[in-house]
Design a binder for this molecule. Structure first.
Ligand SMILES: Nc1nc2c(c(=O)[nH]1)N[C@H]1C(S)=C(S)[C@@H](COP(=O)(O)OP(=O)(O)OC[C@H]3O[C@@H](n4cnc5c(=O)[nH]c(N)nc54)[C@H](O)[C@@H]3O)O[C@H]1N2
Ligand SMILES: Nc1nc2c(c(=O)[nH]1)N[C@H]1C(S)=C(S)[C@@H](COP(=O)(O)OP(=O)(O)OC[C@H]3O[C@@H](n4cnc5c(=O)[nH]c(N)nc54)[C@H](O)[C@@H]3O)O[C@H]1N2
Ligand SMILES: [Mo]
Length: 773
């Protein structure tokens, strides 16, 4: 599509083969830890090793297989580095100076190895003892007149044990303010699934992929973000099943795939196509695609009925669903013109996709951020559920809904009660078990937390992992919000932007990661996690920690809680001496965790169960509810719609191959052919010409929103790419200053990171612009 430039060379190799392993090796060497790491890697996702901190894709239990992927290897290796960020490092570098450095630089400095407090007078972090740190947090929390002036953020790597203790601490203290990464991630999936099938999790197990006839992959880039999923998809194709991909970009990993664990393929550098159909809808066009497919199914059903057969599963519809009739009426009333215009696909393409669906006895729909980060994400997922329901593809072998989660334990954290709007049943169980009344008012999610910090309604911000300053939308607004806090506390493994954009007072509490051995009073501890398929399994580190001053997440939470609450409502220190005690608490409170400590001894862990999979619908109607939405007039929120011109483009923000969310491991994006550069904009060649720009030209991007704020980023280079006209793509987090804080999903409140109205202008300034906010 585009010619080679100094930073762009089209990638010709397959995804996941030799190229992948070469890249892994160079990451190994860079982390200064090569020997330790080989040993570490071999224990990833093994029965007695640790759960890969990379992604939440599940694993079939098979001890004979070594399971790792290139990007899991990167995550492991960078965590297992022997470089240190300690008080000596901080004495050398001021916070203001560090804040002018790139995210890549910050990550590269190594592991945080001692607790530190920010000194505003000197602009440096300084060493502080753990006891002083805990007491300082306790004093600040106790001096708050209202516990709702504190927010407890969670990122999805936290273990079940850490998450359970954390929510118990916050609720015993008195708040439900639990902003968490899933508010920016799969919130729409949870909301849409609970409101339709009664449970906010996927209904498939990994074994369903072994018997499904067709998998529909929407808005997802597994070659980079869930590489082990590619192996599963490949097996589907080898069995003769179909993989239909819907992605605005031609993603290499989905186009061609070579399994790095298959030596013959690696030797020949051959690769077989994994997908049997690749569709490129416009950004936000998926709801229209699915609606079009259902329109075709209605026709097919009419024809089938004339012949005395059926396409729809009438028995299922009759017995298990509510609302389909109204929905089908709505579909009939939606014109093909509207569907074609919004989807960006041709009618023939939609007919093809629908025909595959109609022929499949069982079908799975998977999706990720290309679906969940829009204004109309919840309606889109409802539409997908309706598609599944029409042919009884819910609670049937080889079929179901499969939101593919991001962070390795983001699903588990929710199960443990990290939820700003917890169910009454959860609160009641918690209160009953620990003999206190948890706060009943719902708390704040991410976007509302940022507003509250700006307005002075949140004074203290505590983060269990993650990188709030960089991951959230509207970076300047978020920075103002964080700086307005009295105290910000970061429990982290690695240095990041959130340690540099702080409250007036700030603490860094260094913690152990998945790879580290966790020694406590009663011996070496394991933690547990839940994958995308609701499998719970144990994870234990394999490396001696870099520093004695690093504490486990449960130990840090217990330290803060004991200093703040004493022995209320539990003996915190006793719980941390032996995590079996925490798991016994979980077993008492969370349904499905009975005999938790016995069940995690099983190799491969245990299945938490899923009511919808058993066709039990825990909805008010006792049936799967098929929601009816009109196709949105525009995929943009109302506040952007009035400002559009013929120069407006719609931008999605996405991940490169060399990053883990806000963690930047390298400057390349191999499968998309980008080298040594992150400030790029992928654009359709016709738009390039129409708007009068040239390939490689440097531009400023400005987003459209009806307020007085100027949101722009500069110095981005244009790369002609296979993307629908009118759409562009660029990497996150560099583009987060463009996402207006109030541009959020309907029902989900998720920042609309995949649909932002943008205009571009030439950028002439040649000074280097760094990442600092
Ligand atoms: N190596 C690595 N692994 C990761 C992560 C990481 O950063 N690095 N992050 C983890 C996390 S937290 C998450 S949530 C997941 C994210 O996993 P993904 O959802 O795969 O992540 P994104 O890079 O945001 O990719 C979105 C994909 O959707 C496509 N897309 C964008 N908009 C649309 C649309 O409107 N319609 C359609 N059909 N397609 C669209 C994009 O082209 C892209 O291929 O990965 C997890 N795993
Ligand atoms: N524009 C745009 N914005 C987005 C997205 C997008 O696609 N586009 N995606 C959104 C999504 S899907 C997500 S999930 C969020 C991610 O938001 P976050 O989860 O907040 O961000 P991460 O970058 O994953 O956090 C990385 C930091 O976590 C810390 N860390 C790593 N491992 C551990 C650990 O084991 N324990 C502890 N305590 N800390 C650890 C390290 O210090 C590291 O720097 O970003 C969201 N923001
Ligand atoms: Mo995510």
């Amino acid at each position: 599509m585009s010619k080679k430039t100094d930073f762009y060379t089209p990638y010709k190799g397959p995804a996941g083969g030799w190229g992948a392993l070469q890249s892994t090796t160079s990451h190994w060497l860079k982390s200064d830890n090569a020997v330790r790491n080989i040993n570490t890697l071999l224990k990833t996702n093994q029965p007695h090793g640790f759960d890969c901190p990379g992604c939440a894709w599940g694993e079939k239990h098979d001890p004979s297989k070594i399971r790792f992927c290139e990007n899991g290897a990167k995550a492991v290796n960078w965590e297992a580095t022997s470089r240190k960020v300690d008080a000596a490092f901080m004495a050398e570098h001021s916070v203001s100076w560090l804040n002018t450095q790139s995210d890549y630089f910050l990550e590269y400095q190594g592991r945080l190895t001692e607790p530190m407090r920010y000194n505003q007078a000197t602009d440096h972090y300084e060493a502080i003892s753990w006891e002083q740190a805990f007491n300082h947090i306790a004093d600040t929390l106790k001096s708050q007149a209202n516990p709702d002036k504190v927010a407890f953020y969670t990122s999805g790597r936290a273990s079940n044990e850490a998450a359970f203790l954390y929510q118990l601490f916050a609720r015993a203290y008195g708040t439900n303010n639990f902003p968490d990464c899933s508010n920016m991630c799969h919130e729409a999936s949870g909301y849409a699934l609970i409101s339709s099938i009664g449970i906010g999790k996927g209904t498939v197990e990994i074994e369903d992929f072994e018997r499904t006839d067709a998998v529909f992959v929407f808005g997802q880039n597994p070659g980079t973000n869930h590489p082990r999923m590619l192996e599963t998809l490949k097996e589907v194709v080898q069995r003769g099943g179909q993989i239909l991909t819907f992605n605005t970009l031609k993603e290499r990993g989905l186009e061609r795939f070579q399994n790095p664990q298959n030596p013959i393929e690696m030797l020949t550098n051959g690769s077989k196509p994994t997908n049997t159909g690749y569709f490129c809808p416009k950004i936000g066009g998926d709801m229209a695609v699915v609606r079009g497919m259902v329109k075709v199914l209605i026709d097919l059903e009419e024809k089938a009925q004339q012949q005395g057969t059926a396409i729809f599963d009438h028995a299922f519809i009759e017995q298990h669903t509510q609302g389909l009739e109204t929905y089908l009426e709505q579909v009939k009333n939606t014109s093909w013109d509207a569907i074609i215009e919004q989807s960006g696909l041709t009618k023939d393409e939609i007919i093809d996709a629908a025909t595959v669906y109609a022929k499949a006895d069982s079908a799975i729909v998977t999706w990720a951020m290309g679906i969940t980060q829009h204004h109309h994400s919840v309606p889109t997922i409802h539409e997908m559920v309706n598609l599944l329901a029409l042919r009884g593809n819910l609670g049937k072998p080889g079929a179901g809904a499969c939101p593919v989660r991001g962070h390795s334990n983001v699903q588990g954290d929710r199960t443990m009660g990290i939820n700003e709007h917890p169910s009454q049943a959860f609160l009641d169980a918690l209160g009953k078990r620990f003999d206190f009344t948890p706060p009943q008012e719902h708390g704040l999610a991410v976007v509302d937390t940022i507003h509250a910090m700006r307005d002075g309604d949140i004074d203290v911000f505590i983060a269990l992992g993650g990188n709030f300053a960089a991951a959230t939308p509207d970076s300047h607004a978020t920075a103002d919000a964080l700086r307005n806090c009295k105290l910000t506390v970061q429990i982290s493994t690695k240095l990041n932007r959130s340690h540099l954009i702080t409250g007036k007072d700030a603490l860094i509490l260094p913690c152990l990661g998945r790879t580290d051995i966790d020694h406590q009073e009663k011996g070496q501890q394991k933690v547990t996690v839940e994958d995308s398929f609701s499998m719970i399994h144990a994870s234990g580190g394999v490396l001696e920690p870099l520093s004695k001053e690093q504490k486990s997440e449960p130990a840090i939470i217990a330290g803060m809680a004991a200093a703040t609450l004493g022995n209320f409502p539990i003996d915190w220190h006793a719980a941390v001496a032996d995590y079996n005690i925490i798991r016994d608490y979980i077993a008492d409170v969370v349904p499905g965790f009975e005999n938790f400590n016995q069940r995690i001894l099983q190799d491969g862990g245990f299945y938490l169960g899923n009511s919808a999979r058993e066709r039990k619908w825990t909805t008010p109607a006792g049936k799967a509810i098929c929601h009816t939405h009109v196709l949105p007039e525009s995929i943009l929120p109302k506040r952007a719609r009035g400002l559009l011109t013929n120069k407006t483009l719609i931008m999605q923000t996405l991940r490169s191959h060399d990053q883990y969310n806000t963690t930047i491991y390298g400057m390349n994006d191999r499968y998309r052919g980008i080298k040594g550069e992150r400030k790029v904009v992928f654009i359709n060649p016709a738009d390039l010409q129409r708007l009068g720009f040239t390939e490689g030209q440097t531009v400023t991007l400005r987003s459209l929103w009806d307020d007085e704020v100027e949101r722009k980023v500069s110095g981005f280079k244009l790369v002609p790419y296979s993307i629908p006209a009118g759409n562009i793509a660029a990497y996150y987090p560099e583009t987060n200053p463009l996402v207006p804080l109030d541009s959020r999903g309907e029902f989900s409140d998720t920042p609309t990171s995949k649909s932002i109205a943008i205009e571009m202008e030439a950028f002439e300034d040649s000074t280097i612009h760094l990442n600092a906010v």
